[in-house]
Design a protein around this ligand. Sequence first.
Ligand code: HEM
Length: 383
Amino acid sequence: MGDPCDITSDQIWEDQRAAYDAMRSRCPVAHDGEGTWTVLRHAEVVAAATDPGTYSSTVTARRAIPNSLDGADHAAFRAIVDRYMTPERVAREESQCRAHAAAIVDALPRGSTVRTVAHLGVPFAVRTQSAWLGWPPDLEDVLVAWMADNHAATRSGDRERTAAVAERFDAMIQGLLEARREAAPDADVTAELMHETIGGRPLTDEEIVSILRNWTAGDLGSIATSIGVIVHFLATHPEEQDLLRALAVHGNAAALEAAVEEILRIDDPFVANRRRATRDAELGGETIPAGARVILNWTAANRDPLVFPDPDTFDPARHAADNLVFGIGPHVCPGRALTLMELRVVTEELLRRTAGITLSEERPTVRETPPVGGWARVPVVLR
Ligand code: HEM
């Protein structure tokens, strides 16, 4: 008999969420026998995420700003990032988001199969993020193609391929910086970022590219995937769909954002983030050795019955305080308000402009391939 806390990739391959549910009931912290420790239980994920001294975010040689930084270095860059995502700035983006959502939803066919992620999620994510950053509309196709390649590279697990795709993205952003060398700081968000300083010196191009990579590269994908999860939930939960349509029609923004966050808790597509143990540490009955790779699994923690007794029950009010979709601790997602506004607006426009959403009978839904979470395909029919 193997160690009950050994995690095998076969189980994860079949159904990630179910595999983590089964694993977490036996082990708060699982391991693969090769130096990687996966934290699955809510209490332990919170403990590790809020103890950056023991669980460092510096996990690779490549510097990702602010994601891979620790301590004072992280705090200094994080202060810059936070200034771009305040409630006032998010509110300013709402009308362009709504216009994009409305146009995309109106262009979708009624009565025949719609591919949610490809035809709603991806175009909405790319258009709204490009508009926010002040990027030209003709870059949209390049970004869509890049997202597909990035996704494929991530799924392949081939690090060289992933690095090559990342370099292509950096070159594209570098081109956008060149075009803004003489621009005033108020020209657009990208130009504004180019005028930031840290410790009295300007940010380097490398730092600006890294910040922009984190605002787009991963996040375009997570917004598109989240739309897949939300639409799948609506199509498979007719009562909640009616409830949310009523909230959309009455413009109840706070309740809709709480609903979106709860739907993502039940089926969290942003599966995990990495850490590195800086010293030997006890967690969930296991001893994690200094230097070990540690994975904080948000998807598993968000379904922990010790905190959410019936994890599949949709109950935003009851579950909000413990929801970990956007993380916790010093690296908690700075893009939460922006993301929730974008996802609310696209959900509102979809619900207002349709009378019903059902799963297509012609094509099957398809789960994403680990390590990516959520759904690759959510074919639906709109009425
Ligand atoms: C559904 C969409 C999203 C989800 C579920 C999500 C989730 C998360 C989570 C769980 C973390 C914590 C990472 C950690 O602890 O290591 C995080 C960090 C981060 N997120 Fe998001 N995020 C989303 C969208 C966005 C967007 C749209 C942006 C920017 C425009 C963004 C920017 C960031 C950045 C910069 C960090 C790193 C923060 C730091 O290290 O201090 N996220 N996100």
